[in-house]
Design a protein around this ligand. Structure first.
Ligand code: C5P
Length: 213
């Protein structure tokens, strides 16, 4: 697949409290190994690791030092990307299927920017202090996942614009949208959930037993 895959994996894993997620083991493999398995067909894979971390051996990827924030880590990876299409994927989502990767890549190749989304199953509210507050219309809202696909030149422009304007964002699509460029939506998948809290590891262990991507 003619894409550069950019994997920001330089987080410290503070909410989980078990060190950088890239090196966390689930079902006998690190989250980085699970993640890379989804991108075996990619022409180029670049990974940002926490400063000072030793790059793991035997993995088909190029390792760089990440930055202070996710956005900075992606910006560094982007500088090193050599192909016209990039897929940005968080190492914190190790169970991403090849089908999802292909779906995002296809939409991004056609439209320049594409992200996977899911409907919101829970009731959502904006609390008033400690009390129940107004409900948000969940049918109108979506959960945003990765991988997110972009024309490399477009994402570079979006990051440069964000730097100039002092914008910060938790994903790349927000920066592209801030430029005024439309971002297409494709169907996400629930197994590509983000390993964030300790109890997510139970789910990850269970999934590791049956996962074949
Ligand atoms: O903590 P957060 O949800 O923002 O992390 C999302 C992804 O960004 C994770 O895969 C994490 O490793 C990565 N990250 C990074 N560089 C940072 C902070 C987070 O690559 N400085």
């Amino acid at each position: 697949m003619e894409v550069s895959v950019l994997i920001p994996a330089a987080g410290k894993g503070e909410r989980l409290g078990l060190g950088p997620k890239a090196f966390l083991r689930v079902g006998g493999r690190t989250l980085l190994e699970w993640t890379l398995a989804a991108f075996l067909e990619a022409a180029e894979v670049l990974v940002a690791l926490p400063p000072g971390a030793s790059p793991p051996r035997g993995l088909r990827a190029t390792f760089l030092e990440g930055g202070e924030t996710r956005q900075e880590s992606v910006a560094r990876l982007l500088e090193a990307a050599s192909l016209p299409l990039v897929l940005v994927h968080d190492v914190a989502r190790p169970f991403v299927s090849r089908a999802l990767v292909e779906r995002v890549a296809k939409a991004a190749r056609a439209q320049g920017a594409a992200v996977p989304v899911l409907p919101v199953p829970d009731t959502l509210i904006r609390p008033e202090g400690e009390a129940y507050g107004a409900a948000l219309p969940r049918e109108a809202l979506r959960l945003v996942q990765t991988p997110q696909g972009f024309f490399t030149a477009l994402l570079r422009e979006a990051h440069a614009y964000a730097r100039k304007q002092g914008l910060s964002a938790t994903d790349d699509a927000q920066l592209v949208q801030a430029l005024g460029y439309p971002v297409a939506l494709v169907e996400g998948e629930r197994t590509a959930f983000k390993v964030t809290y300790p109890e997510d590891l139970f789910l990850a262990e269970a999934l590791a037993r049956v996962w074949n991507g």
